[in-house]
Design a protein around this ligand. Structure first.
Ligand code: PRX
Length: 660
């Protein structure tokens, strides 16, 4: 039975009619890293042995003794082993012909480029490791990182790993308040930031956001701020706290050994929105995470030494961690990084960059693909992009039309498309085609990665052979999160309480007769806006934090470009006037509390919210109203009139917008 909370039916109806199928192109299949169709069966016979095989491809300072202990939710992997993530991603390649190969190829907003070889990346991470040590950072300390897309961002991440510090990247689009909460939750000792990030010809003043976050001693545990001078905007240096990256790096030695870490030591924390009011620090352990990203990058993205691999995600998200930094570098690839957005300096920049630099593997998000479709085929059709050989998609369900457009216009019908389903919590790709083996169906993420075992279950947790339900896992894999930082109880409650003995992903999925998975979106209070997870409760609490607001309900409504958009229904405190600027002010307020990505697209100043007689807000009805659908069952409402008034209010909002 499909989950009640979401509206998967419409999407399912279109997907059920989807019968197109594409076999891997024979030329691709012949050269693929994985060609043996028995890999799934072999991994299923002994999953621990399968993962141990991948783990042995890492460089170990001390080999592990036990592959795994414990079951899902408490599993520990590769026990007794010692290794270092930076040594694996960088140093190990120096003993091979990759030493002077570009590890990073970066193109700035001004289209000027920089290449950083593996040797240079080693030296930079070593210098920065020494700088961090000089600031008092020790094994196990947390370091927050808040920068734009510059090569120094992966350098910062890897330098932390080098000295055994736990990195936690805060996306550059988050606000001062978000920085403050995260820095305090993780107990960061040092924060690395850039002066600013270049954005569409302007500069986002990152350092000012940091100053605001730390104002008045708001982060008492933080000792230093290391500022990378990049964008050239004026910086208010705070004596005793702020230090210059360039100055300290100039005097730092490039001799900095890689700290031997225990397999289960924390590699990083990444904060993610969930159905609770506050972001959670998702914790990943060193060896398991490296094993999973090494394996999936090798098989899903078919990485070869001659590849120029481009993942368009920001390093502030898990996709950037796993498939822009760790996974490709573990495989010795050359990673392409672009500082700006897909529409700057023009709407064809993705394709001109692919063609100019010879990108071979491109990994992006459905929202970007849909935006490109909207900008018109001419931008992409004028490029032949002969270097491209594989396309990937991630972040949200991809609609078959976007999938087909991606394949036809970007891949010119030549390149396999891998739609990859996974999450911050899973660390690495979980459901995806293996491009040389799996026939693809537009809109389906296809089959589980070998050694992982998703199930679709009904409301009672019974496993379905076919049909729609909830996506869960009962069997462990090494890339799985080790929990929520400082909050084991929240971890248990969030993921392991809905279905006994199973990890609940929060997603709905349908399993078809061929065993293919069709992801249908979230069923909890999480909205996926342009591939970014936003918890509705976080937005609600940001809204009620505004002095004029009494109550707020936030939902996700379908949006042709972003996948989902945020719609907020707001009740003002009695006596507060809805002045002409109030809606704008509320949106800005959310931007200030969380960050611009969380600003609601619609703000409806409502006279009442539809509630059940027991006082629960009926979000299903709010979704109907926001999407302009006929209302479902309203008999349980305490005040059926409320929703009728709401419909009128939404109609008014739409008319105002059309007239504007
Ligand atoms: O709902 C699913 C959606 O994104 C959620 C995970 O978000 P996050 O942790 O931010 O990680 C995003 C990048 C891995 C999932 O619960 N999602 C991600 N990829 C897909 C997807 N939904 C459908 N198809 C996908 N390929």
């Amino acid at each position: 039975m499909p989950p009640k909370r979401d509206r998967p039916q419409e999407r399912m109806d279109s997907l059920l009619r989807e019968e197109r199928r594409f076999d891997p192109p024979p030329g691709f299949a012949a050269q693929a890293n994985v060609r043996d169709p028995r890999v799934w069966a072999k991994a299923a016979r002994d999953p621990d042995a399968f993962w141990a095989g991948w783990a042995r491809r890492l460089d170990w300072i001390k080999p592990f003794r036990t592959v795994r202990k414990g079951s899902i939710g408490a599993a520990r992997w590769f026990l007794g082993g010692r290794l270092n993530a930076c040594a694996n991603a960088v140093d190990r390649h120096l003993a091979t012909p990759r030493r002077w190969k570009a590890a990073l190829l970066w193109v700035g907003e001004d289209q000027r480029h920089r290449t950083i070889t593996y040797q240079e990346l080693r030296d930079e991470t070593a210098r920065l490791g020494n700088v961090l040590k000089g600031l008092g950072v020790r094994n196990g300390d947390r370091v927050a990182i808040y920068m734009g897309m510059v090569p120094e961002l992966p350098v910062a991440v890897l330098a932390c790993a080098r000295i055994g510090a736990v990195h936690s990247v805060i996306f550059g689009g988050f606000s001062a308040a978000s920085i403050r909460d995260r820095v305090n939750d993780m107990g960061a000792k040092v924060l690395i930031c850039a002066d600013g990030a270049r954005r569409r010809g302007g500069v986002v003043d990152l350092k000012r956001a940091v100053d605001e976050a730390l104002e008045g001693g708001a982060c008492p545990g933080l000792e230093s701020v290391l500022v990378f001078e990049h964008a050239g905007n004026p910086v208010a240096w705070k004596a005793g706290r702020d230090r210059s990256w360039r100055e300290l790096m100039a005097g730092a030695s490039a001799e900095c050994p890689c700290e031997p870490m225990d397999s289960e030591d924390t590699l990083f924390l990444l904060y993610t929105s969930g159905s609770t009011g506050r972001p959670k620090g998702i914790r990943h352990a060193t060896a398991g995470y490296l094993t999973a990203t090494l394996a999936t990058t090798n098989w899903v993205f078919d990485i070869k030494d001659q590849d120029l691999y481009w993942c368009t995600a920001d390093l502030g998200w898990i996709t950037g961690h796993s498939y822009l930094a760790y996974g490709p570098l573990l495989n010795g690839a050359t990673c392409f990084l672009y500082e700006s957005t897909p529409d700057y300096p023009d709407k064809g920049v993705l394709w001109s960059l692919v063609e100019r630099w010879g990108v071979t593997v491109l990994y992006t998000a459905p929202t970007t693909i849909r935006a490109c479709m909207q900008w018109g085929d001419a931008w992409v059709d004028r490029r032949t992009m002969p270097s491209l050989r594989l396309l990937g998609s991630v972040g949200e369900p991809i609609n078959p039309e976007a999938w087909m457009w991606y394949r036809a216009h970007v891949g010119k019908g030549r390149c396999p498309v891998v739609d990859t389903w996974w999450q911050t919590e899973t660390g690495a790709v979980m459901i995806s085609p293996l491009p040389g083996l799996t026939p693809t169906k537009p809109g389906s993420a296809t089959r589980p990665f070998p050694g992982t075992f998703p199930e679709v279950v009904d409301d009672e947790g019974r496993t379905l052979k076919e049909g729609a339900g909830y996506l869960v896992y009962r069997r462990p894999w090494p890339g799985m999160t080790r929990g929520i930082w400082n909050n084991p109880e929240l971890y248990r409650r969030t993921y392991f309480s809905r279905f006994k003995g199973a990890y609940f992903s929060g997603d709905a999925a349908r399993l078809d007769a061929d065993g293919y998975f069709w992801l249908m979106g979230r069923v909890d209070d999480v909205v996926n806006v342009s591939g970014h997870r936003i918890g509705t409760m976080e937005v609600e609490s940001a809204l009620v934090d505004h002095p004029a607001v009494a109550e707020a309900a936030v939902i996700g409504r379908a949006d042709p470009l972003k996948g989902q958009a945020l719609a907020a229904f707001v009740i003002l405190k009695s006596g507060k006037e809805a002045g002409p600027g109030l809606v704008g002010e509320l949106r800005e307020h959310v931007g200030k509390v969380i960050g611009p990505i969380a600003k609601p697209d619609d703000v409806v100043l409502a006279s009442a919210l539809p509630k059940t007689r027991s006082g629960k807000i009926m979000r299903r009805l709010l979704r109907d109203v926001a999407e302009g659908r006929p209302l479902g069952d309203v008999t349980t409402l305490a005040d059926p009139e409320a929703v009728v008034r709401l419909e009128a209010e939404v109609r008014r909002l739409r008319a105002d917008r059309r007239n504007a």
